[in-house]
Design a protein around this ligand. Sequence first.
Ligand SMILES: [Zn+2]
Ligand SMILES: [Zn+2]
Length: 167
Amino acid sequence: MRAAYRTNLLAILELQLCAARNRTSTWDPWVPGPHYKWRTIINEKNEYLTDNFTLAEISCPCGNCEARIDNRHLFKIQALRDIIGKPFKVNSWFRCLTYNRTLAGSSEQSKHVFGKATDISTRGWPDDEIMNLISKAYLLGFKGIGIYPTFVHLDSREGEFRMWVGE
Ligand SMILES: [Zn+2]
Ligand SMILES: [Zn+2]
């Protein structure tokens, strides 16, 4: 078992234990205190934030803003990547409000705006691999799972679990 995999799973278990006990986790390998970190994308787009994900993959397509990174969401996506065991393409992660408003049907409350959502491309994937992705995402505790024809949206919202099928 790789070190990153073990670290991420332990971190997630600790988060879930804290949630069960209704207290805040102190776990955060990136910054003490707030869970958010704003990163400039200039000159460091290829910087790896975890084993497999670069700042460029997380950043907004507009190219003019700083990425808002929710570290817990980021590490859950990395844990999912470790469990799936093969690369997947990220269609969309952070979106600034300005860019998000240009998208048809977008919501100001989109979890992408908060850096808490990732769209994973499933174009060309067989059904069983998509099912595997969704079930592992559920087990890892993603609270929002949207299933679309060519991608799966995963988010780390607060509150009730929600799953939907989109067009
Ligand atoms: Zn932007
Ligand atoms: Zn999405």
